[in-house]
Design a protein around this ligand. Structure first.
Ligand SMILES: Nc1ncnc2c1ncn2[C@@H]1O[C@H](COP(=O)(O)OP(=O)(O)O)[C@@H](O)[C@H]1O
Ligand SMILES: N[C@@H](CCC(=O)OP(=O)(O)O)C(=O)O
Length: 386
C-alpha cells in the first residue's frame, strides 16, 4: 500500500484467548503488534478494535464461557480489560508503539456531541502516532443499549473516521457458503451484496459473540460508508501483512453503491430511535425517491414523545418502516401543526423555524441498509392519529 490510509483492524476473542484455559495468546499479540507498528511507520492511521476482555476475565469470576450469564460477563469484562490493555502496552512497547484505551457505549456513539468528541480524540491520537485500542464498555452498557459485538462496533468506528479499509481478523479464513464445520462448505472470496449471505452465517465459536453474521452486517455498514472490508484468519505469523500482500486467501466485501453522507450514516446505525411518524404510501414513495421531505400535512399519525433533533422511524400506512429521519419539531408541536394546517408554522408554535417536519436532507432511506437493530415490532400499534 503506497497511499496513506485509514484502517480499522478488529480482533476477535478467539484469537486473543486460548479456548481451554482462557489465558492470553502472547504469540498472536506479538505478531499483530509487529504488523501494526509497521503499518503505522508506513504512515497509515490505524485503530484497533479489540475483543477479549470477557474471555480473559472469566477465570477471575470462576466461570466458563458456556455457563456465564450477562452479569458474570460484565464482571469478567471489568477484570479482563486491564489484563488485555496491560498485555497490549507491554508488547507494543517492544515495537516502540504507544497505545491508548477507549471504552465506548452505544449511548456515547449516538449522542452527536459525544460522537464528535470520540472522533476528535481519535484524530488527536493519530496526530501523536498513538494507537487507539477500542472496546465496548461492557461493564456499564445495559442489555438493550449494547452493540453487543465488536464487528459492528468496528464498522461504526470505520464510519466515524471515514476509513478506507476495515480488516476483521477471526478464527476462520473468511466467509463460506455455510458453516465451515460442514466439509462441503465452499469459500467465498468476494461479496457484493451481503443480503445473499445473512442466512448461511448463524453459527459462532465458543468464545465469539456474533459469528459471521455480525461480520456481514458490519461489512454492510462499512459498504454504506464507502469502506471495503476484508475478513481473514488471524492465527498466522504475520496476520495483517500476509493478508495485505495477498499471500493467502481472504474474503473481500466490496463497496458497490453510492456512499451516503456522514450525517446519514450516523443516522442509519442508531439503536435509540425516539418515535414514529406514519405517512401515506404515496408520500413514503416520494420520500424514497428522494423527491421531498415530510411536511406536517403528510403526517397521518405519530407515536412516542420526542423532542426536536431526535431520530424517528418513518412508516408507511402498511406498517412498513421505510426511512429514518431527524425531526425539526417535538411530538407536541407536530400534533399542533398537523391539526392547524391553515395557520403559519410560526403562529402555531410561537417561533420562526424550518417548515418541514423532517427535511429531505435529514432522511435516510432504509433500502439495502441492514441496521443494527430493526424497529420494535409493536411500534405501529402504539400510534396516535394527529
Ligand atoms: N458461513 C460461514 N462462514 C464462515 N464462518 C462461519 C459461517 N457460519 C458460521 N461461522 C462461524 O463464525 C465463527 C467466527 O465468528 P466468531 O466466533 O464470532 O469469531 P470472533 O471471535 O473472531 O468474532 C467461525 O468460527 C465459524 O464457525
Ligand atoms: N466486548 C467483548 C467482545 C464482544 C465481541 O464482539 O466478541 P467477538 O465476537 O469475539 O469479537 C469483550 O471484550 O470481551
Amino acid at each position: 500500500m503506497t497511499k496513506k490510509k485509514k484502517i480499522v483492524v478488529k480482533i476477535g476473542s478467539s484469537l486473543l484467548a486460548n479456548e481451554d484455559n482462557l489465558t492470553l495468546r502472547y504469540a498472536f499479540m506479538n505478531g499483530l503488534m509487529s504488523d501494526l507498528a509497521k503499518l503505522q511507520k508506513d504512515g497509515h492511521d490505524i485503530i484497533l478494535t479489540s475483543s477479549g476482555s470477557v474471555a480473559l476475565g472469566l477465570n477471575m469470576v470462576g466461570k466458563r464461557p458456556e455457563d456465564a450469564g450477562i452479569l458474570d460477563k460484565q464482571a469478567a469484562a471489568a477484570c479482563g480489560q486491564p489484563l488485555l490493555m496491560n498485555a497490549y502496552r507491554q508488547v507494543a512497547s517492544e515495537y516502540e508503539l504507544d497505545v491508548a484505551q477507549m471504552l465506548v457505549t452505544v449511548e456515547d456513539m449516538e449522542d452527536r456531541r459525544r460522537f464528535l468528541n470520540i472522533k476528535n480524540t481519535m484524530m488527536k491520537l493519530f496526530e501523536n502516532d498513538i494507537l487507539p485500542i477500542i472496546n465496548e464498555n461492557d461493564s456499564v452498557a445495559t442489555r438493550d443499549l449494547r452493540v453487543g459485538d465488536n464487528d459492528r462496533l468496528s464498522a461504526k468506528v470505520a464510519q466515524m473516521i471515514q476509513a478506507d479499509l476495515l480488516i476483521i481478523l477471526t478464527s476462520v479464513e473468511g466467509l463460506y457458503d455455510r458453516d465451515p464445520s460442514d466439509p462441503e462448505a465452499k469459500f467465498i472470496a468476494e461479496v457484493e451484496d451481503v443480503t445473499d449471505h445473512l442466512e448461511s452465517t448463524t453459527g459462532i465459536s465458543d468464545l465469539g459473540s456474533g459469528g459471521m453474521l455480525t461480520k456481514m452486517l458490519a461489512a454492510n455498514m462499512a459498504q454504506n460508508a464507502g469502506c471495503e472490508t476484508i475478513i481473514g484468519e488471524g492465527i498466522i505469523e504475520r496476520p495483517l501483512s500476509s493478508l495485505l500482500a495477498n499471500e493467502r486467501r481472504y474474503t473481500r466485501c466490496l463497496v458497490t453503491g453510492e456512499t451516503a453522507s456522514p450525517l446519514k450514516i450516523w443516522l442509519s446505525n442508531r439503536l435509540q430511535v425516539s418515535g414514529t411518524l406514519v405517512v401515506s404510501n404515496a408520500v413514503a414513495d416520494a420520500v424514497i425517491a428522494g423527491d421531498c421531505g415530510i411536511s406536517r400535512g403528510d403526517v397521518i399519525s405519530i407515536q412516542g414523545e420526542f423532542t426536536k433533533g431526535d431520530v424517528l422511524h418513518v412508516y408507511n400506512e402498511d406498517g412498513v418502516e421505510m426511512a429514518r429521519g431527524l425531526t425539526n419539531f417535538s411530538s407536541e408541536e407536530i400534533m399542533l401543526l398537523a391539526r392547524n394546517l391553515d395557520m403559519p408554522v410560526e403562529s402555531v408554535i410561537g417561533y420562526k423555524t424550518k417548515s418541514d417536519v423532517v427535511g429531505a436532507e435529514n432522511i435516510l432511506v432504509l433500502e439495502d441498509n441492514h441496521l443494527l437493530l430493526d424497529a420494535p415490532e409493536d411500534d405501529q400499534k402504539l400510534v396516535v392519529p394527529v
